[in-house]
Design a binder for this molecule. Structure first.
Ligand SMILES: *Cc1c(COP(=O)(O)O)cnc(C)c1O
Length: 489
């Protein structure tokens, strides 16, 4: 006999405990709403105090639980004030989205539903199909394109490399025999994100199989060099299979000449993939139609909703023009996952046929919520505004005698640095790096750094819908004042 009288056997509250948990839940919701509403009153970032860090490092696995309110209190004290800071308008480091309260609510709904979108026949799967179709059409792909939500563009780029290699000549045999014995090579500009080279590594092709194409003076792929490199590789018996163009490079926000690359890929019979991690979102603004021209010709596209589209982490998206080629790269037949003509196991192809994951959460819900509540018109205006704030920053930099702009501003990224004719290159790199850390630690703003032509530069990416012109001015003021302090001290 099973004894199931103990009320703690199920993890749900019992009786009046539901009401207590409901009150706790409402408090948590209020805590997050207040925190978001008052975000400007907090520092952009502050380091986790030593005692709290040590608390995390030494905490042991709880054997007996506490109530949810106690847990919520621990979160409020030890996590909430010490997060990355990307929700704050002063955050301009790396390329992080700011999130929205609507996205937060959608995450809660998705968790409450606890759906597994690996497959089967249910509404969440239809929602993901709908949002993938929307994403494809927004990017100029046909409605019939295939796609899925993944963690981010790192995974979406990896999926594209897998699909492209399986779509190559005799590529399907790779699934059984592995890539050994083949000499597949692909191409991306030097400015391509590190995850593209890692995708080659993970795919077993080796990171050397990704050829890095030089840049032209505007930080875009030099397409004459691309053609020459493909020819030279063919000459030496290698098998070019893929060209990756980037829409919005991670360092300066340049857009590769996608239309020209599309033409070369078609001529050469190789797969054309676009990494549009954040930049593809510029498709929401008519202003960038020309710059992005050619994106719609890609065989596949990787981009993120968690960056410029402000969907909470994580929400990457992979789109593949030809659904058959997409499924051919991942589909498997396994008896415990058999697909039926009706019932819950109907509805093939399943999302587990389109990527490496079997169990998958309902990422599509927060994307649906974001598109449905804000609409593409408003999101497009937000994208335009971020670019206008970036141009404002570039003008401010140009007007400051101790600053110089280090790359043209195409989208929402501005690279600049402190200059000083009295300092060596090495000293300048050091000064710029230290000032960025000073500014971050001040809590006033959070730019990051990158290297351009060997120089360490300050990089501000305006990806947060909350960032206004006054915020970038405050960041520049902080850079100037910390630099002055360092010079005098
Ligand atoms: C951010 C970024 C990536 C990686 O995307 P994740 O979502 O962080 O995995 C790839 N490419 C570019 C151009 C990026 O900006």
């Amino acid at each position: 006999m099973v004894d199931d009288t103990d009320p703690f056997l199920s993890l749900d509250p019992q009786g009046a405990d539901w009401d207590r948990l409901r009150v706790t839940g409402h408090h948590m919701l209020d805590m997050m709403f207040d925190n978001l509403r008052d975000i400007r009153e907090h520092p952009v970032w502050q380091p986790l105090p030593d005692d709290m860090r040590s608390g995390f490092r030494h905490a042991s696995v709880p054997e007996h639980g506490v109530d949810a309110a106690t847990f919520g209190e621990a979160f409020r004290e030890t996590v909430l004030p010490y997060s990355v800071g990307n929700r704050h308008p002063g955050f301009m480091g790396w390329v992080h989205g700011g999130g929205t309260p609507v996205g937060m609510l959608a995450e809660m709904l998705a968790a409450g539903l606890n759906a597994n979108l690996g497959g089967r026949d249910h509404a969440p799967v239809e929602v993901e199909r709908m949002v993938v179709r929307w994403a494809a059409t927004l990017m100029g792909f046909p409605e019939t394109a295939s796609g899925l939500f993944v963690t981010g563009s790192s995974m979406a780029n990896f999926i594209a490399v897998i699909v492209a290699s399986r779509a190559a000549k005799d590529g399907l045999s790779l699934r059984k025999n592995g890539v050994g014995g083949r000499s597949l090579v692909g191409y991306a500009a030097r400015s391509a994100h590190g995850c593209v080279s890692r995708a080659f590594d993970l795919a077993g092709l080796g990171s050397d199989a990704l050829r890095l194409v030089p840049l032209d003076k505007t930080f875009r792929m030099d397409t004459a060099a691309l053609k020459a490199m493909i020819a030279a590789d063919r000459e030496s018996g290698l098998e070019p299979f893929l060209v990756v163009g980037t829409a919005g490079t991670v360092d300066v926000g340049a857009i590769d000449p996608l239309d020209t690359i599309a033409g070369i890929a078609a001529e050469e019979g190789v797969w054309f993939h676009v990494d549009g991690a954040f930049g593809a979102m510029a498709a929401l603004s008519p202003r960038f139609k020309e710059a992005l021209s050619g994106l719609e010709k890609a065989d596949s596209l990787a981009f993120d909703f968690h960056k410029w589209a402000q969907v909470p982490y994580d929400a990457g998206c992979a789109i593949v023009r030809d659904p058959a080629k997409h499924a051919a790269a991942f589909a498997q037949t396994l008896s415990y996952l058999s697909r039926e003509d009706r019932g819950l196991a109907a509805g093939a192809p399943w999302f587990c046929d389109l990527g490496p994951d079997l169990s998958r959460g309902f990422r599509a819900l927060k994307v649906w919520a974001t598109l449905s509540v804000y609409g593409t018109h408003r999101l497009g205006k937000m994208v335009d505004h971020c670019c206008a704030v970036a141009r404002h920053l570039a003008e401010r930099v140009a007007s400051e005698p101790t600053l110089e702009l280090m790359a043209p501003v195409t989208l929402d990224i501005v690279c600049f640095r402190l200059r000083d004719p009295a300092l060596t290159e090495e000293q300048l790199d050091h000064l710029n790096g230290e000032v960025v850390k000073d500014v971050q630690e001040s809590g006033l703003a959070a730019p990051s750094t990158t290297r351009i032509d060997g120089h360490l530069v300050i990089r501000a990416a305006i990806v947060n819908h909350r960032t206004m012109a006054a915020d970038v001015d405050r960041m520049v003021d902080a850079v100037l004042s910390f630099a002055a302090k360092r010079r005098s001290g």
